[in-house]
Design a protein around this ligand. Structure first.
Ligand SMILES: Cc1cc2nc3c(=O)[nH]c(=O)nc-3n(C[C@H](O)[C@H](O)[C@H](O)COP(=O)(O)OP(=O)(O)OC[C@H]3O[C@@H](n4cnc5c(N)ncnc54)[C@H](O)[C@@H]3O)c2cc1C
Length: 299
């Protein structure tokens, strides 16, 4: 695929390996790769739309499984761009690429409670809203709880604000269509005020708990499957099905947390997909529980 017309756009790169842009360290090359700026984004999206060029959005790659064969199109990645965060009239505005841990610290600095747990979710605000990232342990908490509204851009470059109520936020879900609407920025509300020391304490406790339970030193994408209906976490079933340590290629069910898949070296997207299928089959046959992927496959 050749898109010479976009060569003039600053920062447009060709043949960029995507694995280093993901926490799983899996993914082949993107034909075109771009870290966007707001001024040029409409031009790029419109061009891609008119010419039927596939576009993928990528934040910090902590919830995606990218095809090891690569992505033939344009990958628009906010790892380094759209990083502005500010406070005005008791409202935080954060651009899409702001990491959720940074939002958590920013809110903590204001003494706002309710953002503490975001310290442990290593993705961006944009992706976090698209999938309504959050926690299920000790009661459901989601980024949507503190959201006011989002600024969206469609594939024709149109921009508008949409209230949280119109995003149909649910458990790891929103109505923002994958690859068709880009979240540019979001506004967050002041919550209850708390002592900064108390917030710091809650944040540190939360991180310590994660370190104890989760394989944070390994390449993973966090939880692989959503919590199924019925109250028990996916890891409970996978563990009871005896799958901890089970491996296909270099994709391995974590010994520390059964719902996490580790890349034990050079895992491919196929290794992970096959392993996920085996897990689903085993859990379905033993418990009649049907696991659904939390991770988004980009291919
Ligand atoms: C160690 C670890 C711990 C984790 N813990 C949690 C947790 O507790 N709770 C939880 O919910 N998740 C958790 N995750 C998963 C992940 O961090 C979250 O899902 C996060 O929201 C993904 O953000 P990202 O920027 O990495 O998104 P990516 O993986 O890059 O993308 C995810 C999806 O969002 C889309 N997207 C990205 N940017 C935009 C944009 N600007 N506009 C529209 N769509 C966009 C992508 O196309 C893709 O479909 C964890 C992951 C890891 C590795």
């Amino acid at each position: 695929m050749k898109i010479k017309e976009l060569d003039f756009i600053p920062g447009f790169k060709k043949k960029v390996m995507l694995a280093p842009y993901t926490t799983w360290n899996i993914g082949g090359p993107a034909t075109y790769f771009w870290e966007p700026n707001v001024e040029q984004l409409p031009k790029v999206l419109e061009y891609a739309h008119k010419n039927a060029i596939p576009v993928w959005f990528l934040g910090r790659g902590s919830n995606v499984l990218i095809d090891s064969k690569g992505l033939d199109g344009i990958v628009i990645c906010t790892r380094k761009s759209l990083q502005e965060i500010n406070l005005k009239d008791d409202v935080i505005t954060a651009e899409a690429g702001v990491p959720m841990p940074k939002l958590s610290k920013f809110a903590a600095g204001l003494g706002w409670g309710g953002y503490e747990y975001l310290i442990g979710i290593p993705g961006t605000v944009g992706a976090g809203i698209a999938i309504n990232a959050g926690l299920t342990a000790n009661g459901r908490k989601e980024i949507g709880d503190v959201l006011i509204d989002v600024e969206l851009m469609d594939m024709k470059g149109n921009r508008w604000w949409e209230s949280k109520e119109r995003l149909a936020l649910g458990y790891r879900a929103s109505n923002i269509p994958e690859r068709r609407l880009f979240i540019l920025r979001a506004r967050f509300k002041a919550t209850y005020h708390d002592e900064i020391e108390e917030i710091k304490h809650k944040t540190a406790t939360h991180l310590a708990e994660r370190r104890r339970k989760q394989p944070l030193s390994k390449p993973t994408a966090g939880s692989t499957f959503k919590q199924p209906e019925g109250g028990k976490p996916a890891g409970w079933y996978i563990d009871r099905a005896g799958m901890k340590g089970f491996q296909i290629g270099d994709a391995k069910v974590s010994e520390k947390h059964a719902n996490w898949i580790e890349n034990d070296g050079n895992a491919t997207s196929n290794d992970v997909l096959q392993l996920m299928q085996v897990i689903k089959n085993k859990v379905a046959s033993e418990f009649s529980v049907y696991l659904e992927s939390e991770v988004v496959a980009l291919n």
